[in-house]
Design a protein. Structure first.
Length: 547
């Protein structure tokens, strides 16, 4: 294989990235580096096997409390902080109701957090995290003499003030040390990010390429279409409609690797036990991450269409009144699986999720206000297959298409002859998932794609005339494909097998200077992409594409 590698003009094995850039392994001078764009945040499975998403601190002046208002106290910076430095603040109360607020103008499910410790007379008193608006919410914590990161989550339907209080029995002169306020989306505090005048974001933010480790110790470049999660609360299930259910947030370690999974509990008695969100007519794919609890079954459905899954064996058990169009089960480790169904409804209805006893084919179980299952990350997409998880915290969220391309690379592309190779995971029923090299005007181009009829095919167009197209019937999955072209000599290999040839077609006048790795914006996962400026031998093509 090393001799084949030596013949390559461009090799992209996803490993090195930065914002808006995916680096190639060959050439090494930057001439083969791709430009990447996605005007939204996204998620991926990281090298630890956990879902990774955008993080952020929405609270400005996270450790400059002189900028907060109103201030019922005296604030002095320079005391020892939790990290061994001296950037924490001493807060001395001036009356019996000292408080501290800011309004960052955010809505949704958010978690407010701060490090605090009591000093002297304040030890053992309450330290309160507050959101104040039309429906004030407050959570009390007991101050100790050690640094503790206190946190509470809030469901805010409109922008409110967030802050901290020391309520009665506070007296003037009480002292509390504070450090590092944070407001982030979700039901738990994420890693602290310091801010100054505005929010700061990290993780898989806008234009960050996603090196995804799903099902592999080696990353793939995740390229997906635009999708919208219509679920309003993907992690805070207390925000759903409740039918004889109880939801306990932060009950278990989730597929994120942090304790923010929900326990969906069946209320006492024998009832229908589901949470629901209203949806309109259409074709959807619904998914949720689930793990067994005291109950070992899961129901997902809408109207008469639904599926029962066995959370003990990670299998589809049976359908409700009507079977879904399709279903999918994906392993996320530690007993967590993502369960998806595709279905069509003709009128307004609801999406339902609930526990099942793995025996009955109804929406009810015998509940006791304690037993349930664990769930996380619900998604509803107008589509026929699921894409990567899109978090929501009170409203629907769209993830914009991943685009990855390279211009001005005629020197790396075989013109009168050449070979294009890709190792990719084509997604379910996406249709016309295309990787392309072309001229800037698309008069000349070479393509490999899984078309909408489930045919994996390759072809070439010269001066707007198609001179070759070779295909083989395939369903979604991982394929190594190589298409070689030369004058009157075209061949297509898939997974080590020659699937077709064409011995008639002129390459005269062909020119190409542009590469697009997601031309039709339908999406797939790319493990390897390579170009050669020669028509490789059939033996080399077989070796290159063998799984």
């Amino acid at each position: 294989m090393s001799s084949i590698y030596n013949k390559s003009s461009l090799v992209l094995i996803p490993s090195g990235t930065k914002t808006s850039k995916v680096y190639s392994q060959k050439p090494t001078n930057g001439d083969g580096d791709f430009t990447f764009t996605r005007a939204s945040a996204a998620t991926r499975v990281n090298a630890s096997g956990n879902i990774e998403k955008e993080t952020g601190n929405l609270m400005p002046y996270s450790n400059n409390f002189s900028q907060w208002s109103p201030k019922a106290g005296v604030f002095t910076q320079g005391v020892a902080d939790p990290n061994g430095g001296s950037t924490a603040w001493s807060w001395t109360a001036q009356n019996t109701d000292p408080y501290l607020y800011l309004n960052p103008s955010v809505t949704g499910v958010v978690t407010l957090s701060i490090w605090a410790k009591g000093v002297g007379s304040s030890i053992g008193k309450n330290f309160v995290l507050v959101s104040s608006g039309s429906s004030p919410t407050a959570y009390s914590h007991t101050l100790t003499s050690e640094w503790v990161r206190y946190e509470s989550y809030f469901n805010c339907t409109s922008p409110v003030q967030f802050g901290f209080e020391i309520p009665n029995p506070a007296v003037a002169g009480d002292v509390v040390h504070i450090y590092g306020a944070q407001l982030n989306y979700g039901t738990i505090a994420t890693d602290y990010i310091e801010t100054t005048t505005a929010a700061v974001y990290g993780g898989i933010t806008d234009n960050t390429p996603r090196l995804d480790y799903t099902d592999s110790s080696c990353p793939a470049l995740l390229l997906e279409p635009q999708r919208t999660n219509l679920i309003l609360h993907s992690e805070y299930f207390g925000g759903w409609g409740q039918i004889n259910t109880i939801n306990t947030a932060n009950a278990l370690i989730s597929p994120e690797g942090v304790q923010n999974a929900n326990k969906l509990i069946a209320a006492s008695g024998v009832n229908n036990n589901v949470i629901n969100q209203q949806i309109s007519a259409g074709t959807y794919t619904a998914s949720v991450f689930a793990k067994k609890g005291e109950f070992e079954g899961l129901f997902i459905g809408s109207g008469p269409t639904g599926a029962f899954f066995n959370l003990n064996t990670y299998a589809y058990r049976t359908h409700y009144q009507s079977a879904p169009t399709s279903y999918k089960i994906e392993d996320y480790g530690n007993g967590w699986h993502r369960y998806s169904i595709t279905f069509t409804i003709s009128g307004n209805d609801s999406l339902y999720i609930g526990p099942n006893d793995n025996v009955s084919n109804t929406l009810g179980v015998t509940g006791n206000n304690s037993n349930g299952i664990y769930i996380y990350g619900a998604t509803l997409e107008v589509a026929t297959y699921p894409t990567s998880y899109i978090p929501t915290y009170g409203s629907s969220v769209s993830r914009v298409v991943d685009a990855c391309s390279k211009t001005g690379v005629s020197s790396l592309i075989g013109q009168t002859e050449g070979t294009m190779f890709m190792d990719a995971d084509f997604k379910n029923n996406a249709g016309d998932q295309t990787i392309l090299i072309s001229s800037s005007g698309f008069n000349d181009y070479v393509f490999i794609q899984m078309n909408s009829s489930n045919v994996l095919e390759a072809g070439i167009v010269v001066n707007t005339v198609e001179v070759a197209r070779i295909g083989v019937g395939k369903t979604s999955g991982i394929y190594k494909c190589a298409f070689s072209y030369a004058n009157n000599d075209f061949v297509f290999y898939v997974n080590g097998v020659k699937v077709g040839t064409d011995s008639s077609g002129s390459m005269s006048g062909f020119t190409a200077d542009f590469i697009n790795l997601n031309h039709n914006n339908k999406g797939y996962s790319l493990n390897n992409y390579s170009l050669f400026k020669t028509r490789l031998s059939n033996e080399e093509l077989a070796a290159l594409t063998t799984i």
